[in-house]
Ligand binder design. Structure first.
Ligand code: CMC
Length: 464
């Protein structure tokens, strides 16, 4: 299945072996039994320990450092699977058969064509927008395509034709080696594929597929617009990971580059009731649609305490500047009670299995990349400092965001796109969990303890 990437698979299997040796993966009984509502649980600030729902999608064993998607451990999925398989697994509950996989892959390429969305996006100053804000806007436009379809049912054919013409977007069809960009209008292709006919409801499984494909197209389009280039359409012969890099950079990646992106996408696809997943679910629980739910997920993911940490890690490593300066920098940071980016986790009180995979792969990727190598060496030193101190005292270990940025740096991707890449993968987890929750939906509606005053008399504005 994977070409010329045996060494990478071996590194993953070695990480798995180490994890088995250092931990065990027995499930925690308190987080793996059916719920009979109402339940009693001890809740800390930030809803720590609160149980919000039942799920069959994924399990994080924080005490031992294990991550499971639908029964499969993350090491095996990284070693043997692909992102397409994993997204299908999360959304449909089982790994696909060969024919299901082929249909799904084809669909992801088809749904990666979002010309109207891209055209709308390009009418905004995307080059000056935060990439995650642009991405969120883009998913709203993807929803808007529905609104158009829905409203077009009520208008006459002439208007439809005009509207269809608007759906075209100039595409740079041959981005490599051409002196001048070559454009094509893509509406014909889109009509041939009858994509619109499938997307009838903005909540159904087809919308989930549309989003899984569309978010990566959007991320890539934003990356290109930001460097003054036109978006590229997905190529039908490329895998999801390969297409993602191709649409971002205009170059078909090498098997190693494709494989590392694939592994990274697998690692980020789902992770329990994290803040962005919960945000998506809260929005969906109001019976809002899945596009707006994903928009909420993107918004929550952006923060540096969550997905934004991967970008912050690279800024931190650059600030440290050298292996020699690492200890002094770390001691100063601790003295200021500064959080070390890419470390710590609400659930993991053991080594994050995703970091176990990414650390050796970051080393592997950085061996031929000067910038990556420098960052990796500083990261390695910082990890030693943190484990020696915070690791022992507070069970703080590297998380998924600590090494991912080094991997992306080695792929030549700008740090502004690290969190959007995270989103391109996590959209599979968001949509899977939203779909599952909606089967037994109840609107999320916790309460707050009121500590304000009572019985204040109203004073008119002129007397205040
Ligand atoms: N550096 C230094 N100290 C830390 C760190 C860190 N990165 N993380 C936690 N601590 C300390 C914290 O100061 C506190 O100490 P004390 O009990 O003495 O006050 C203790 O550990 C517990 O921390 P907390 O902030 O209460 O933990 P939390 O569960 O509320 O927060 C976290 C989890 C991930 C937000 C936090 O560890 C953090 O801010 N890490 C840095 C940002 C980061 O890497 N985020 C990515 C998270 S994983 C992937 C993702 O979601 O994207």
């Amino acid at each position: 299945m994977h070409k010329n990437t045996k060494e990478m698979t071996e590194l993953i299997l070695k990480a798995k072996e180490k994890a088995i040796k250092e931990t065990s993966h027995e499930p925690e009984p308190e987080f793996t039994k059916p719920i009979s509502w109402p339940i009693t649980c001890t809740v800390g600030p930030g809803l720590e320990g609160a149980i919000a729902c039942e799920t069959k999608i994924g399990y994080v064993n924080g005490a031992k450092g294990w991550l499971i998607y639908r029964g499969y451990n993350i090491f095996d999925l990284c070693a043997y699977s692909t992102f397409e398989e994993v997204a299908f697994l999360l959304l449909h509950g089982e790994l696909p058969t060969l024919s299901q996989l082929n249909v799904f892959k084809k669909k992801l390429v088809q749904y990666g064509h979002i010309p109207l969305t891209k055209r709308r996006l390009m009418s905004f100053p995307v080059e000056r927008m935060n990439a995650m804000a642009a991405l969120r806007l883009g998913t709203t436009f993807m929803r808007q395509e529905f609104t158009d379809v829905e409203s077009q049912e009520y208008i006459n054919d002439t208007v439809k034709i005009i509207s269809a013409d608007e759906d075209s977007i100039p595409m740079e069809t041959k981005p490599m080696g051409e002196k001048h960009a070559i454009y094509e209008f893509d509406e014909k292709k889109l009509l041939e594929m009858k994509i619109r006919d499938n997307l009838q409801h903005a909540t159904g499984i087809e919308s989930c597929h549309h989003l899984v494909a569309g978010v990566s197209s959007l991320v890539a389009a934003i990356a290109r617009i930001k460097v003054g280039r036109l978006p590229i359409e997905p190529h039908p012969d490329l895998s999801f990971a390969s297409n993602f890099i191709y649409m971002m950079t205009g170059k078909v990646p090498s098997p190693i580059e494709e494989r590392i992106m694939d592994i990274s996408l697998i690692l980020h696809a789902d992770h329990g009731m994290n803040a962005s997943t919960f945000a998506s679910m809260v929005v969906a629980s109001t019976l809002s649609d899945i596009y707006l739910s994903v928009g909420a997920g993107i918004a929550a993911l952006q923060g540096p305490l969550h997905g934004g940490a991967n970008e912050a890690v690279i800024a931190m490593l650059k600030e440290i500047g050298s292996v020699e300066n690492t200890k002094t920098w770390f001691e100063k940071a601790c003295a200021k009670k500064q959080k070390i980016m890419g470390f710590g986790h609400r659930v993991y009180k053991a080594y994050d299995p995703r970091a176990r995979v990414l650390a050796p792969l970051a080393k592997y990727m950085s061996r031929k990349n000067d910038e990556g190598k420098k960052l990796f060496k500083i990261a390695e030193q910082l990890e030693k400092e943190v484990l020696r101190t915070l690791g022992k005292e507070k069970k703080i270990f590297p998380n998924v965001d600590f090494y991912s940025g080094i991997v992306y740096t080695c792929l030549g991707i700008d740090s502004e796109f690290f969190t959007p890449i995270f989103a391109a993968s996590r959209v599979s987890g968001w949509t899977a969990r939203v779909q599952e929750y909606l089967l037994n939906n109840r609107i999320f509606r916790p309460r707050a303890m009121y500590l304000g005053q009572f019985d204040k008399g109203y004073i008119s504005v002129k007397n205040r």
